[in-house]
Design a protein around this ligand. Structure first.
Ligand SMILES: C[S@@+](CC[C@H](N)C(=O)[O-])C[C@H]1O[C@@H](n2cnc3c(N)ncnc32)[C@H](O)[C@@H]1O
Length: 276
């Protein structure tokens, strides 16, 4: 090997080492940011916020019901707003019948039903208020009756009664997580961020509204491995109040643990609840 070649080899090694160190530093910074975010969220709790958070933790859904029988945590956005979110999703992904939406806190199912009409995929909703879940089940009967003749329409849909705090993993079929999360307490946002970070590879997109209320939540989701793709401005049905939704994409490659490609989502979401 000539002196010139040796020098080139040496430079390449140096460059490799430099890149490796940069990667390690970036990873370290990301980990530190996440730790700081958690500490900040813990610290920044006002006494009032701490009380509300404790009520949520201790009483679960009764905490919500205490707040004006749950009405203060309930909101829906207009049909136009949902169409705006759907269009944004379609700009980034071609939805097929084996895609699965997951509406975390699905209320009476409005978001799920409206999206299904446009996306023809399957869906899962989890809602911890009995009354709302009952109404959603009732609405589902009419909804499916109305759409049963539309062959594009996918009936692989489930609206379940459950508390998101008890969810230990985002079901592996889920490709898009929708959170109309403006009223989610900080603890629930942290829990959802953990679930997103550890989600199976099929999860590609996350929609959140709360990230537009406080920037720390946007940072939280970015630290969980998401990147911001854009916003849709919308309004609430009851008081016309503004709500902006942000679409995020997951950064991790769609690979399973063994390095193979991700398993395809199934058309039914029923097996997804096995772990739940
Ligand atoms: C703003 S509403 C949105 C309803 C629905 N996603 C829609 O857009 O039509 C938020 C819902 O999240 C539910 N929720 C809040 N915390 C929850 C939890 N820990 N587990 C399950 N549902 C929860 C609330 O009860 C409420 O119905």
């Amino acid at each position: 090997m000539s002196a010139k070649q040796k020098e080139q080899e040496h430079q390449r090694e140096k460059q490799k080492l430099k890149e490796q160190r940069q990667k390690e530093r970036a990873l370290h910074t990301q980990k530190t940011q996440l730790m700081n975010m958690r500490k900040r969220l813990e610290k920044e709790k006002s006494p009032y916020r701490e009380i509300v958070d404790t009520i949520h933790t201790v009483f679960g859904k009764q905490g919500t019901e205490l707040a004006h029988n749950g009405s203060s945590t309930y909101a829906e956005v207009t049909k136009e707003t949902i169409t705006g979110i759907v269009d944004m999703l379609k700009d980034h992904h071609e939805y097929k019948e084996d895609d699965c939406l997951f509406d975390a806190g699905s209320g009476i199912g409005t978001m799920v039903f409206r999206m299904l009409v446009e996306l023809h995929c399957c869906a899962l909703g989890i809602e911890y208020c009995n009354h709302r879940t009952f109404l959603a089940a009732h609405a589902a009967i009419n909804f499916f009756a109305e759409y049963r003749l539309d062959e594009r329409f996918n009936q692989g849909t489930m609206l379940a009664l459950g508390d998101l705090y008890n969810l230990q993993q985002i079901p592996k079929q889920v490709t898009t997580l929708i959170m109309y999360d403006e009223a989610f307490p900080p603890g629930l946002m942290l829990h959802m961020a953990d679930l997103i970070q550890a989600a199976p590879p099929n999860l590609q997109f996350v929609v959140s509204a709360k990230v537009n209320r406080e920037s720390c939540y946007s940072q939280l989701l970015i630290n969980a491995g998401l990147t911001d793709l854009g916003n849709v401005k919308g309004s609430k049905t009851n008081n016309g109040g503004a709500t902006t939704f942000t679409l995020f994409k997951r950064l991790e490659p769609l690979m399973n643990k063994d390095g193979g490609s991700a398993a395809p989502a199934t058309t039914s979401v029923l097996p997804a609840l096995e772990k739940y």
